[in-house]
Design a binder for this molecule. Sequence first.
Ligand code: T1G
Length: 708
Amino acid sequence: MGAEPVTRTGRGRIALVMIDNPPVNSLGAAVRRALDREVAAALDDPNTAAIVIAGKGRMLSGGADIREFGKPPPADAPILPQVIDRIERGTKPVVAAIHGTAAGGALELALGAHYRVAATENTRVGLPEVTLGIVPGAGGTQRLPRTIGVKPALEMMTSGELIASKRALALGIVDALVEGDVVDGAVRFAERLVAEGKGPRRTREREDKLAEARANPNLVAEFRQQIKRSARGQESPGAVVDCVEAALTKTFDEALAFERATFQRLVGSDQAKALRHAFFAEREAARVKDLPEDIPAAPVGRAAVMGCGTMGAGIAICFANADIPVRVLESSPELLDKGLARIRQTYAGMVERKRLSQDEMDKRMALVAGTTAMADIADADFVIEAIFEDMALKKEVFRKLDAACRPAAILATNTSSLDVNEIAAATRRPDRVIGTHFFSPANIMRLVETVRGKATSRETIATSMALAKKLGKVGVLVGVCDSFVGNRMYYAYGRQADFLIEEGALPQQVDKAIQDFGFPMGPFATRDLAGIDVGYRIRQQRAAQRKAQGLPPDPRRYSPIADRIAEMGRYGQKTGQGWYRYEKGARAPVPDPEIEKLIVAVSQEKGIQRRPVTDQEIIERCLYPLVNEGAKILEEGIAQRASDIDVVWLYGYGFPRWRGGPMFWADQIGLAKVYDAMCRLYERDRDWLEPAPLLARLAKSGGKFAEV
Ligand code: T1G
C-alpha cells in the first residue's frame, strides 16, 4: 500500500481523489477510511467545485478486499456503503474515472458517483460478486438497475461478467469514453459540468429505468426460473434476483438494507467460503514452491505444434488467440490440410455465432502456418507435440525435434498419461523437455497440467507456467506418474461408477446424482461425449503392454460393460449411441433398454444380486475414492498442494466451483467421515480402495488437506 492509500490534489477547481493501493487498489479498510476523509474534505473545500475519483496504476480498483471477508470489519473504518452514501449525497458533482478494471465495489463506488467516464481501450466493468458466492453489498443491486434497466442489470449481476467500456457506454453505465488519459478526460468532463451549472445526478433518485420492470411483474419471476437451472445449486444468483426484486417493491433505503442483509448472510456461507478458496487457489497454483520469483521466463515469440488432430488444432488456436505466430507440422499434406481446415472451421463457427468478428478471424488465421517439413519449425521457441498417444512414436518424434530445433527451444509433450522422463531421455536436452497436458477441447478448457520431469530445468518450468498464463490458461504444475493428477483421480471415480451399475444402479441414475451434486455431466454422458472408443483403445493398449511384459492380467476388479459397448460399435455421440441413445442431431442422452439389458446380463454373469442404490451412496462411492487418490497424489508430491488438486478439478472436470474442489469439499465434510467411509469400502471391496495414509493421519489428528 502507498504511503497514503488515497491522495487529494487540485486541478483548478476540480479535486482529484486518487486511490493508490497496489496491486489492484482493493477497497480495504485503510482505503475506505482515507477515501471517506478526502471526499468529505473536498466537499467542505470552498475552492472545490467538483470531484474526480480515480485509481493509480493498472486500474480503478478490483473491488472490496476479498481477504477481509469472513473477518469482523474494523470499527474505525466506514463500510463501503457509507463511503458511497457520502459521495452520492454530496452537494458537488462527483465523476468516477474508470480504467483497467472496475469490479464489484469499484463499480458500486462509481455508480454512487454522479457521472462516470471510462477509457476507451483495455477497460472492463462488472459486478462479479456472484462468482464469490455473494451479492453486491454496496448498492450495486439497487443502483445498476436504476442506471441500465432491470433485465440488463440482472444479466450482468447473475453472470458476474465484466464488460468492455464501449458496451458500458451503450448500456448507460458510463456517460463518456476517453481516448487519452482517463484522469485528464474526467477532469475536463467535470469542468464542463461546472461550466454548464450541472449539479449532482444521484442514481438513488433515478426511477425511470425501473418503470419497464414495474410494468411487467413477470420479468423478475421468469428470470428467477431461468437462472435456477444454470446456477446448478449455487445460491448467489437467485439472491441477486431477490435484491433486484426489492428495488421494485421497496424504497431505496429499505432495499439497500435488504441487500446488505443478504450480503451479510451469504458472505459467511459455505458456498462463499468455497468460492473464495477457488479464487485464491487459482492464483496460488501459479506459484512454484522451489522456483524463486526471479527465475526469468523466456519469451515465446514463435510456437510450433506437432500434429494437427483435434488436440493439435485446439492448441494451435490457443497460440493464435494469444497473438503468437504458430506453425503446425503434420506428416502429410492431406493431414495438414485436414488440420488447418479444422482450425478454420473452429474460427468460422465463432464468427457465425457472433463470438468473433471476421476481421479478428482473419488476423488469427494469418498467425497460423502449416508445413510437413520438420526444418520449418527449427526457429520455434516452444514446440508442443500432440501426436498419437504411443510412447515409441513420441520418443521417435522427440529425437527428430531435438535434432531439428534450436538448442534453446523448449520441447513439450501433450501426453495425457505417459512418462515425461522417458520422453525427455530420448533427447539431448532433457532440461528443456516438459509436459503441457491440455484438456479437450484445448481452445475451450482452461486447465493445463504442466508436467515437470526429473531433469526439467527451473527456467523451462518458469517459461511454461508463464506461457500458460499468456494463453489464458490455468497452469497447474504436477509431477510424473501415470495420468498425472486429473485423469488418475478420474479413473478412481469412473471405476466406482462402473461397479455401481453392476450392483444395481443404471447410468441415468448415476449421472443424475452426479449432476445434482453440481457437475455439468455425469460419468456416462461424459464418456459418450468424449467417445467410448478412446478409453477402449487405451485399455486394450495397457492390456497388451502387460502381456508384452509377461505380466498377468490386472487382478483388480474390472467391469467389462464399457468394452462390450465399444465392441458393439457404440462409441457415444459420434455414432448416435453409446451408453445412451441420441436422436438424430440431438445431444440429449436417452436411456437405452439395450444397455440396461447388457448391464443386467453382466451382473448375472458375475453373480451379483442387483439391489437398490441410493444417490448418497453414488456420491460417496464415486467421490470419496477420488479424494482418496488425491491424498495419495499429495503425499507422493505429484501435486504441490491440495488446492492445486482442487484447481485441476474445477478447471478440468467441472467440479462445482461453489464446493471449492474435491479436497476443499472433503475438508468441509470432515476427513474423519471420509476416512471412515473409505475404511468401510475397503473392508468390503479391497481393490483400489485402501485409505491413503495421509487421509488416515489427518482423520485421526483432526487435520485438513489445506494444512498439508
Ligand atoms: N481483493 C483482494 N485481493 C485481490 C482482489 C480483491 N478484490 N483482486 C485481486 N486480488 C489479488 C490477487 O489475489 C492477486 O494476489 C493480486 O491481487 C493480483 O490479482 C462490496 C463485496 C482485478 C481483474 O471479484 O478479478 O467488491 O496472488 O492476479 O490478473 O459489493 O484480480 O499477487 O497475492 O487476479 O491483473 C469483487 C477479483 C470483490 C475482482 C485483476 N471483485 N479480482 O486481475 O491480477 S467483492 C472481484 C479480479 C466486492 C462489493 C463486493 C482480478 C482483477 P497475489 P490477479 P489480474
